[in-house]
Design a protein around this ligand. Structure first.
Ligand SMILES: [Zn+2]
Length: 359
């Protein structure tokens, strides 16, 4: 199996994030990708390849130009405004209740702030998403990784893996958040639609709901989104990911949310995975984009499900058995000691090879 990865992810190197207002060690760190890279090399069944530059156009096909401009300008602005910080997060967010009673037209006409502390909130969801000097370059490289995996699959590979970092599925059209800046999976799906004219399905198996991917394709019938995730009443992103969110307009019934109970195990999870795969299999299209997270793992420090390394092999096997071509893109997963084994297990399963046994 071909696996795409870039050293440029290392430029996004936050040391801390905030949790309930208190600095804690960052979860989304370069070691994550390095652990997976090492496991792919050790396995020997993966051909590692560098991404190629795809420019800004595929990003602008999905994201608001203002978000892209903000990402490019944010760190230079931190320096120009002499903000003495190692990372940038916001304090004050434009939450919906701030605008109660105001017309949609007037809300839409509120101007973007000029202070960087206001701009990072304008384009962001949460304060647990530290932006550092190298974040923009790393986010650009993650998009190139995803698009290079698309190139491989459209070029004839049955499956390709993109080791994207930072991840992407929380990033919406005009919003970063949840360790995500650009939505790698959404950009990949849009690129497949543009290049093939086919419909595409995205299967999201990260422990968190991919609110960004859902938002981007909410009113679209040509890109279907199916997600298994911890019930958002318990876990980030808290406000979206409920089962009654099915899409609207042309996107009605092209969105499938399957919230999982606390500590859901392999058997429980795989039952709902089969529902999602059946739903995807009933829709047209020959390519599925997978948002692959390992924060569903039983020991993950920020997840609350209980999947195992053997469970990942079976999950990969069932996704592979769908018979569609697969663009598999890395999202979350924060238990460093098992990330490599879990990734190899899932990918070997999807490739029709036996999994590796758990630690
Ligand atoms: Zn996640």
């Amino acid at each position: 199996m071909k696996a795409v990865l870039s050293d440029r992810h290392r430029a996004h190197d936050p040391k801390v994030e905030t949790y309930l207002g208190v600095p804690v060690p960052a979860n989304e760190v370069p070691e994550r990708a390095e652990m997976i890279r090492a496991a792919l090399v050790e396995d020997g069944g993966f051909e590692l390849t560098e991404p190629t530059d795809h420019g800004l156009d595929p990003i602008l096909a999905v994201h608001d130009a203002g978000l892209v401009r903000f990402m490019e300008e944010a760190w230079p602005e931190v320096q120009r405004q002499r903000i003495d910080r190692e990372f940038l997060v916001a304090d004050t967010y434009p939450v919906r209740n701030l605008f109660d009673g105001m017309s949609e037209e007037l809300i839409a006409a509120r101007p973007e702030p000029v202070a960087i502390g206001g701009r990072v909130a304008w384009w962001g969801l949460d304060s647990s998403n530290p932006l550092v000097e190298g974040s923009y370059d790393a986010a650009r490289s993650a998009v190139d990784v995803a698009l290079t995996a698309v190139d491989l699959v459209l070029g004839g590979e049955s499956v390709a893996y993109g080791l994207c970092r930072p991840p992407g599925h929380h990033a919406a059209r005009a919003m970063a958040g949840g360790y995500c800046f650009f939505n790698n999976a959404a950009i990949a799906a849009q690129s497949i639609v543009d290049r093939t004219g086919e419909q595409v399905a995205i299967l999201d198996v990260d422990v968190h709901h991919g609110n960004g991917t859902q938002q981007i394709f909410w009113r679209r019938g040509d890109v279907a989104y199916a997600s298994l995730h911890a019930d958002p009443r318990r876990l980030y992103p808290f406000f979206l990911g409920h089962a009654d969110e099915v899409g609207e307009g042309p996107g009605r019934r092209a969105n499938l949310n399957l919230p999982q109970p606390l500590r859901a195990d392999d058997a429980t999870y795989l039952r709902d995975l089969d529902r999602a795969l059946e739903w995807i299999g009933s829709r047209p299209g020959s390519v599925v984009v997978v948002s692959l997270g390992f924060d569903t793992y039983e020991l993950d420090p920020i997840g609350d499900l209980a999947l195992t390394t053997d469970g990942y092999a079976e999950m990969g096997r069932r996704v592979g058995a769908l018979g569609r071509r697969l663009v598999v893109l890395q999202e979350g997963g924060y238990h460093l000691p098992t990330l490599g084994a879990n990734a190899v297990s899932w990918l070997r399963g999807a490739d029709g090879r036996a999994g590796v046994s758990g630690p």
